[in-house]
Design a protein around this ligand. Structure first.
Ligand code: PAF
Length: 283
């Protein structure tokens, strides 16, 4: 039976709810989202339920992580469907502040992450992004005061950035990464997949194939840069405009030259038409 979550829209309501959980000694997991929920998000919620007694899902399309040229205005917003999915999962609380609640007039404090946030991957193409993410996630952590927070591995650099931030700022939150959920043909689930035309959707799994082939070649002992160049070729031949296709150290995101520098992670970002897709895979 579905069970409607409590919807908190203001900080005092959220605080009272969290205080109630804490008074009953319940552990709390937070799943930060921007809504437009799909099965990947549902898997984050299920992992959260295994890790804590109470689950809060935040739904907030965060303007500060979008550049003016990006899709903040058109980002899919599917509130009714999202709440139905969260009710089916028996989530306890949905934290749904509006922009003025998150960034009141006069807001003047930001978190500026370094380390994995300046690794030369997403930050090279979206220089505004990790500052916006770190600031909003820092606020979500202090508002919800969770014991654990669950983030998808699909946004791998983001996962590394928030893990580092929680550690550096002693936020008392354990950040847990959750495996990427894929469509049957390998395409990583993403709220932005709805932007793909039928033809682009057919081509999109080539990203997955390129990573799989590259990972297999590296594991088999092929030269890393030759294997990487082969993967990049698959992506370009499929019609993508490639931003990057790189293999990095899975923890630090530092550049690597051989499998011996591991553990390794392949990370990719590429545009199909106007839709930018990102993905990654362990080697
Ligand atoms: O991954 C996302 O959906 C967003 O970047 C996050 C973590 C909810 C911050 O706005």
């Amino acid at each position: 039976m579905p069970r409607n979550p409590t919807i908190a829209r203001t900080v005092p309501v959220l605080r009272r709810t969290v205080d109630g959980f804490r008074a009953r000694k319940a552990t709390i997991a937070l799943v930060p989202t921007m809504g437009a929920l799909h099965d990947g998000h549902v898997s984050l919620v299920r992992l959260a339920q295994r890790r804590a007694k109470r689950v809060i899902v935040s739904i907030f399309v965060n303007p500060t992580q979008f550049a003016p040229t990006e899709d903040f205005g058109s980002y899919p917003r599917t509130w009714k469907e999202d709440i139905a999915k969260l009710a089916a999962e028996k989530v306890d609380v949905v934290w749904h502040p509006d922009v003025k609640t998150m960034y009141p007039d006069g807001f003047a404090t930001r978190i500026v992450p370094e380390g994995p946030a300046v690794a030369g991957l997403e930050d090279r193409f979206r220089p505004h992004f990790f500052g916006g993410v770190a600031t909003v996630v820092g606020k979500l952590f202090t508002q919800c005061r969770p014991d654990v927070a669950i983030f998808g591995e699909k946004d791998f650099q983001q996962l590394r950035v928030v893990t580092q931030m929680a550690r550096d700022l002693d936020l008392g939150v354990r950040v847990i990464g959750s495996r990427t959920v894929r469509e049957r043909d390998g395409l990583a689930m993403s709220s932005r997949n709805v932007y793909l035309s039928a033809e682009e959707r057919r081509v999109a799994p080539e990203l997955y194939r390129a990573m799989k082939e590259t990972a297999a070649r590296v594991r088999a002992g092929d030269d890393l840069s030759a294997a990487q160049a082969g993967g990049a070729e698959i992506i370009k031949a499929a019609g993508f405009a490639l931003d990057y296709f790189e293999t990095r150290h899975a923890e630090t995101l530092a550049p690597v030259t051989s499998i011996k520098d591991g553990p390794l992670r392949i990370l990719v970002a590429a545009k199909l038409g106007t839709t930018r897709l990102i993905d990654n895979m362990a080697v």
